[in-house]
Design a protein around this ligand. Sequence first.
Ligand SMILES: [Zn+2]
Length: 228
Amino acid sequence: MIFNGIDIEIERKPIKNLHLAVYPPDGRVHISVPIDYDDERIRMYILQKWIWIEEKREMLLSYNRLPERQYISGETHYFKGTKYRLKVNRHTSGAYSVHIDGDYIVVDVHQDTSSDNIRQTLYSWYKTQTLPIFGRLVLKWQEILGVVPARWEVRQMTSRWGSCSQSKGVLLFNIELAKKSIECIEYVVAHEMTHLIERNHTDRFRRQMDIHLSSWQKIRTKLNEYPI
Ligand SMILES: [Zn+2]
C-alpha cells in the first residue's frame, strides 16, 4: 500500500491486533493485520500513526546516510557496488568525460567548472553506463513474469529506488542504483515489475518474489545498507 508516497508492507495474518514496525536501516514500514481488516480500516490506522511513522523513519534514515558529496578529488564514490576514489582533472579546454582507471573514477572537466557540473557529468555517465543493464534486466524479467511494461525510465528520484504505475504500466528506476551491485539493480527491477502483476506488497506479491528471486530479502538489506 502506498501512503503519502511511502511503500507500506501489509501482511495479513491470523492475529487479533495490528502490529506496526519501522525497520532499520531504510525505514521500511511493515504492518501485520488481522485477516478480516479491509484496506480502509488499515488506512485509518496508518493515518493515526502517521507522525510516529515519519519520525521513526527520519531517525533511522539519518543513521546511515552518507555525508553529502562535494565532488572533489579523493572523495569516495560507488559504481556498480564497487568503491572508487574520485579524481577530478581540470583542463583549460576539452570535452567533459568520465572513465574508470583502476581504483579511480576520473572526471575530466573545464577548469572553472562548479561541483554541480561535475556532479551532472558523473550522473550522465552513470546513466549511459547503466541504461543497457536496466534494458537487459527488464527483458529478462519480462520473460520470467510474462508482463511487459509500457515504458521504463531511469531518472533522479529523491526517496525511492523505483516505482511502478500499474495502471499506466510505467516503471521508473532511480539513477542512484548505478552505485549498487548488479544483484541490487536486479532486485529493484524484479520488484517493480512484480508490481505490474500485484499492486501492493501483499502476500501474493511476496510469494511471487519468493518464487522467482528467493534471496530477495537478503538483497534488499544489502541495497538499503546505504539508503538514498
Ligand atoms: Zn513496492
